[in-house]
Design a binder for this molecule. Structure first.
Ligand SMILES: NC(=O)c1ccc[n+]([C@@H]2O[C@H](COP(=O)([O-])OP(=O)(O)OC[C@H]3O[C@@H](n4cnc5c(N)ncnc54)[C@H](OP(=O)(O)O)[C@@H]3O)[C@@H](O)[C@H]2O)c1
Length: 437
């Protein structure tokens, strides 16, 4: 080691997509990092679950082990990089690493979303770092901007597309006319969706990421259970066709807004005007639009997943921590003196709506529908008869509304479902405006 550099010992927990990307980056850029940052980043340990799995390794010096206690008891380990995923044992490993004086870098959205506040206080008490840039948006820098760079702002809105799998599926349904099952199948074949896609398609992954961003942006602890959630599995090819005819695309939106000292936070499919910046974010790409009182709108966009893109964020955090260790600097906590804002119920949301329903193809249907909607003070923006099925004597209708209260819309839908002329209610999708606030 040359004069003035310090060796930083690293243990990587997990050697999957991200772990491999991190190991490869630390190996191939080792000399460049030493020159630029005056620290020699040495991977001492790699923790895996299955020692017998065949692996391609980029570093010959690291000890591969399935024994975490060995890493924990080695006082020379400075940084534990957790890239295993899941709640347990990852949470326990992160917590114990910090209690043993080791800084932690993690890509784990589930752990940070569920236990972030507790872990940040453990980091603070023990004088160690806890960084998690890769937990949201893969390679897109968003945690540091929300925690530091935008600190002078009152951030009041985040609107985002933060799940690459669902964005790939929705893009396919929009432009190829695929059904949900066909688009999911293709995403799985290409490795963009897991064999069990529930966390992605039901919006759970996006909930974790949104709760982390909102907690930082609003300096308020927001847990996954605070976020209203709907997935994309009930959307049909016709919804995409009709949305296009109306000038919209359908996206899984993750939205958090601070309004009148309350937080409106939700993940659900939305109709977005085709010309909106987020409507043009396609395939596995992610984008996050933030609105602050001073800066106005800022848009962060890029690859939300993948070994290299995620390694960009993880290794960036490692370099950050190493710099502080070399300078002997005190870690800066990401928690501010937060004010806890109450969460606004989805029933209070005021939005425009797209409603698709199947009705009997006979006179008088429209009058009955407009009566119900009128009785709940819901104004109709358009009502269009789409496809008819003469053999079943039914027709598909699409209604769009002016801004209406969610609770009133749900009441009206209940009443509509009871009408003798209504066969079924298909989709109800909120319509977002194109702007970020
Ligand atoms: N993939 C991405 O593009 C991406 C993007 C952003 C964030 N992330 C996050 O990064 C983390 C890792 O994701 P990944 O895609 O790299 O996962 P992955 O490919 O499934 O790899 C997980 C690794 O962790 C190891 N592991 C799992 N449980 C373990 C345990 N109990 N003890 C020891 N090792 C264990 C596995 O060991 P074996 O090899 O022995 O099975 C495997 O090497 C997750 O939190 C994920 O949400 C991923």
């Amino acid at each position: 080691m040359s004069k003035g550099t310090r060796s930083i010992k690293i243990a990587i927990l997990g050697l999957g997509v991200v772990g491999n990307g991190v190991l490869e980056t630390l190996t191939y850029k080792k000399n460049a990092f030493k020159d630029q940052f005056a620290s020699e980043l040495d991977v001492s340990y790699i923790l895996v679950k299955d020692l017998n799995k065949p692996r391609e390794l980029y570093s010959s010096n690291a000890l591969i082990t399935d024994d975490y206690e060995r890493i924990l008891s080695d006082d020379s380990v400075d940084i534990v990089v957790e890239v295993m995923g899941g709640d347990q044992p990852a949470f326990d490993y992160i917590k114990r690493a910090m209690e043993n004086g080791k800084s932690v870098v993690t890509a784990n959205k589930e752990v940070i979303s569920k236990h972030g506040q507790e872990l940040m206080s453990i980091a603070s008490i023990n004088g160690v770092h806890l960084l998690f840039e890769a937990s949201v948006g893969g390679g897109i820098p968003i945690i540091r901007p929300l925690s530091k760079d935008l600190n002078a702002n009152d951030v009041d809105a985040i609107r985002s597309i933060i799940n690459g799998t669902t964005n790939y599926i929705l893009t396919n349904m929009t432009y190829m006319g695929s059904t949900f099952a066909e688009a999911l199948d293709e995403a799985q074949t290409l490795g963009y969706a897991e064999s069990d896609p529930t966390n992605d398609v039901e919006g759970i992954d996006a909930v974790y990421k949104l709760s982390i961003m909102a907690s930082l942006a609003f300096r308020s602890q927001i847990l996954p259970q605070d976020v209203y959630r709907e997935g994309i599995s009930n959307l049909t090819a016709n919804d995409f066709k009709y949305a296009k005819e109306l000038g919209y695309v359908i996206k899984l939106m993750a939205i958090a807004k601070r309004q009148d000292s309350e937080i409106d936070i939700r993940v659900h499919p939305s109709l977005l005007p085709e010309e909106a910046p987020l409507a043009k974010v396609n395939g596995v790409y992610n984008a996050i639009q933030v609105h602050g009182d001073l800066v106005g709108h800022v848009l962060f966009q890029g690859q939300g997943a993948g070994g290299n893109a995620t390694a960009s964020a993880v290794v960036g955090d490692i370099i950050d921590v190493s710099g502080d260790l070399v300078r002997n600097a005190t870690p800066v906590s990401y928690i501010g003196n937060g004010k806890e804002f109450p969460i606004r119920s989805i029933a209070e949301l005021v939005s425009r709506y797209y409603i698709r329903l199947t009705v009997e193809d006979r006179p008088g249907v429209m009058a009955k529908l407009t009566d119900v909607l009128g009785s709940k003070a819901i104004s109709i923006a358009s009502i269009i008869q789409k496809e008819s099925d003469t053999s079943l004597n039914s027709a598909e209708l699409v209604i769009t509304t002016y801004p209406s209260k969610e609770a009133d819309v749900q009441d009206a839908l209940n009443d509509i479902s009871e009408l003798d002329v209504v066969r079924s209610i298909g989709s109800t999708i909120r319509i977002e405006s194109g702007s970020a606030d």
